[in-house]
Design a protein around this ligand. Structure first.
Ligand SMILES: C[S@@+](CC[C@H](N)C(=O)[O-])C[C@H]1O[C@@H](n2cnc3c(N)ncnc32)[C@H](O)[C@@H]1O
Length: 286
């Protein structure tokens, strides 16, 4: 059983890392929609459907203020972010009242033939997702351990689709748990698209995370890293990382441009970077 947790995503919803992760998620969903055949989405650490950006927790942290709210002010004109802004219903000059979490974004990308499963450990969060997301018979929410769900529900009968693994990294062994779960899930479903979010705190920690992914020896892995603070700036999170297994065609260029737009819009002046590159393709090709 997973350990008890104190993590509450409402403090972080709509921060730059959420935006970066969701921009990558939306691109992959869009790619799946290009074919008519049904797809399946499993969100193993789903959180709730929507986050109230007026909630005291959101005000207290100020993360959405420096994240999505600032991005709307600075970057509504960025063409690379237009689809994302449209999906979250952001409008020029208007503050966003509620921020859609990954289950809301996924549900908005499902067609009648598609299906999604949201798994969340905290009952109150899972119930909120269940309450706020219109299922139309395509969506199921389970209270439970996301890592156990990866074992129980993969591979799906649809044979195409994606998995989002977005744990809170509260405990020191979360990275290890996530990598073990990915290795096992990839063995079960080698053609699935897998998206894993990871925090970036410093250059050495980022290299360590990349090396641990690389050690899995999965052939097609794309990392998309966006930092908006200097390393070890004392802000908790210098950057946001997204590892994509089996990235859809065009993801490299799209994410490079979209993350550059986010960086330009909200990075601390002179700080941070964007790096989007294949982790293993070159080595495997030799
Ligand atoms: C970073 S938040 C998820 C945010 C969400 N994916 C989004 O993008 O909107 C992590 C979530 O994982 C939940 N959680 C923590 N441990 C879990 C576990 N073992 N299985 C499933 N959910 C878990 C937390 O309660 C929290 O809601």
């Amino acid at each position: 059983m997973p350990a008890a947790m104190n993590y509450k995503h409402i403090y972080h919803a709509g921060n730059f890392a959420d935006v970066a992760k969701h921009v990558g998620l939306m691109y992959c969903l869009g790619a799946l929609q290009r074919k008519d055949a049904a797809f399946f989405v499993l969100d193993s650490h789903a959180g709730r459907g929507y986050y109230d950006l007026q909630a005291p927790e959101a005000h207290k942290s100020g993360e959405a203020e420096r994240g999505i709210q600032r991005l709307i002010e600075t970057s509504m004109g960025a063409t690379q972010l237009a689809d994302y802004f449209a999906t979250i219903r952001a409008r020029r000059g208007k503050r966003l009242a509620r921020y859609p979490g990954s289950p809301a974004l996924i549900a908005s990308g499902l067609r009648p033939q598609d299906r999604a499963l949201f798994v969340e450990l905290m009952p109150a969060e899972a119930r909120a997702a269940e309450r706020e997301i219109e299922s139309l018979g395509r969506v199921r929410t389970e209270i439970g351990d996301g890592y156990a769900a990866l074992k129980a529900f993969l591979p799906p009968e649809e044979r195409r689709g994606l998995v989002l693994i977005d744990p809170p990294y509260e405990s020191l062994d979360e990275l290890k748990l996530m990598l073990q779960a990915l290795a096992d899930a990839y063995r079960r479903w080698p053609s699935g698209i897998f998206l894993m979010w990871y925090p970036i705190r410093s250059a050495s920690q980022r290299s360590m995370v990349h090396a641990r992914f690389e050690a899995l020896r999965i052939p097609k892995m794309l990392f998309a890293d966006l930092a908006i603070h200097p390393d070890d700036a004392g802000v908790g999170l210098a950057g946001s990382g997204l590892m994509i297994v089996n990235p859809p065609y065009g993801a490299d260029d799209y994410l490079r441009d979209a993350y550059a737009a986010i960086h330009m819009g909200i990075a601390v002046p002179g700080a941070g970077y964007v790096e989007v590159a294949r982790l293993t393709a070159e080595r495997m090709a030799q």
